[in-house]
Design a binder for this molecule. Structure first.
Ligand code: PMP
Length: 458
């Protein structure tokens, strides 16, 4: 969703900002950056122009810099990627070391690095999820998990057992299968002949999914759609719904786990956003006290490089014979080196505990700020270092994307960087700083958001 007022590319005078972490000393967008923004608009598809007009030049830990002297406190982590902070020296050194050592590609040929990373990820995953397939993007991990679940369904119940159940409002990526699994109708209009064996049910967030968060809704919804439980091959959910930072009740997920066991359906958690500490636990599903059969990972697995993974039970991961489930860039050595270093940083710097502790400050503060605007803030959701402030039109729950966009842009003008609003109708202000956030930095950011909301809403 584009931030509406960035379409014009007209620099706006903004008050200067100068703190230890933020410096804004030019109009926004920076006049000198306009030719670059225009060049991008000319040579990239329009779909790429949706972000606030900050031309990234360099980034370090929790800060992003442009080339004209401005510095932002980063509350985006790119898009929940740089959990260990931007360009962490240990991760950078590992990547440079790998390049200098002399191996930057090896396809599916064996490599010691790939052996190390797959073992490390399997050991980080809950017991029983012992195999790891490395890919490049989150969408690919999702596609692979859906393929494995459907393959297993057919093995167990023939061609009738291929239904994949996902959730309204879900986002799993932008490839064909991932979009069909997604629960945002506008994103899949283009497909037209949607697969009838991919169905969605309401997500139990207690807000957009309706007030009833009981597991009965799941069963009732399948029944209404004419889906017999024994025809379900798999159920896939984001651990929390990314765009809205919305979690399900633990009891719901526990019943879902039991339902999948009863009906021999594969349970897939898409942890592309939630994994590696983001929610204050290593894996987001730990909040629910359940273990899935397959985990999709991406983003925070490297803190910067394109690498994703499916981690799962051997019976599922071994469904395909040698040579038939592969990928050109699986376990790219530079990405793998980055990931191994990143996983060490997460452990050495206690980033999971830090995310939990910082979340104990962030979450109540956001709810306090949101509470000041009951007519405009429909809900504040999140755990650990991920949150979303859901903006609504006064007096109801109709989403207000325009207001959310103005608040984000005002934050950016004040040196607090966030990506354009996401979630339900693009009206959620998403907060996802690096997990290296300190209390001082976090409180500074909270203060900026508070100020921006006061100025924009009044
Ligand atoms: N799943 C989830 C939960 C995501 O948040 C995303 C990306 N935002 C994806 C899948 C797709 O990942 P990618 O853009 O790397 O394909």
């Amino acid at each position: 969703m584009a931030v509406p007022m960035t379409q014009e590319l007209v620099p706006r005078e903004v008050p200067p900002v100068e703190t230890k972490y933020r410096r804004i000393q030019t109009p926004i967008p920076v006049p000198e950056s306009i030719p670059i923004l225009r060049q991008l608009r000319r040579f990239e598809p329009r779909s790429m122009s949706g972000q606030p007009p900050v031309v990234w030049d360099r980034a370090e830990d929790c800060q992003v810099f442009d080339a004209w002297g401005n510095a932002w406190l980063d509350w985006s982590s790119g898009v929940l990627v740089t959990g260990a902070g931007h360009n962490h020296p240990k991760i950078a050194k590992a990547m440079l070391g790998q390049i200098e050592y002399g191996l930057v590609h090896n396809y599916c040929f064996p490599s010691q690095l790939r052996a190390r990373l797959t073992q490390t990820l399997a050991e980080l995953a809950p017991e029983g999820l012992g195999k790891v397939f490395l890919l490049t993007t989150g969408a690919e991990a999702v596609e692979c998990a859906v393929k494995l679940a459907r393959t297993e369904g057919r093995r167990l119940g023939g061609d009738e057992k291929i239904t994949i159940v996902t959730f309204d409002g879900a986002f799993h990526g932008r490839t064909l299968g991932a979009q069909m699994a997604g629960g945002i109708p506008a994103l899949k209009d283009w497909i037209v002949n949607l697969d009838p064996a991919m169905v969605q049910v309401p997500f139990p967030d207690g807000f957009r999914g309706g007030p009833d968060t009981s597991f009965d809704v799941f069963e009732r919804s399948l029944q209404q759609q004419g889906v017999a439980p024994d025809r379900v091959a798999g159920v896939m959910t984001e651990t929390y719904q990314g765009g809205n930072a919305s979690f399900a009740p633990a009891e719901y997920m526990q019943k879902l786990r039991a339902w999948c066991d009863e009906h021999r359906a594969v349970l897939i958690f898409d942890e592309v956003q939630a994994g590696f500490g983001r929610t204050g636990k290593y894996w987001g599903f730990e909040h629910y006290g359940v273990v899935p059969d397959l985990i999709c990972c991406g983003k925070g697995v490297t803190s910067g490089m394109p690498l994703s993974a499916v981690i799962g039970r051997s019976e599922l991961m071994d469904l395909y014979p040698p040579g038939s489930m592969t990928s050109t860039h699986t376990g790219n050595p530079v990405c793998v080196a980055a990931s191994l270093a990143n996983l060490e940083v997460i452990a050495e710097e206690d980033l999971v505990d830090n995310a939990r502790e910082m979340g104990e400050i962030l979450q109540p503060e956001l709810r306090r700020i949101g509470g000041q605007y009951p007519g405009h803030v429909g809900a504040v959701h999140g755990k650990g270092l991920v949150a979303a402030v859901h903006m609504v039109k006064p007096g109801g729950s109709e989403p207000d994307a325009e207001l959310a966009g103005r608040i984000v842009l005002r934050c950016v003008e004040k040196g607090l960087l966030m990506f354009a609003p996401v979630g339900y109708a693009g009206a959620s202000i998403k907060i996802s700083p690096p997990l290296t956030m300190t209390e001082e930095l976090l409180r500074e950011g909270i203060g900026v958001l508070d100020e921006a909301m006061k100025e924009v809403i009044g």
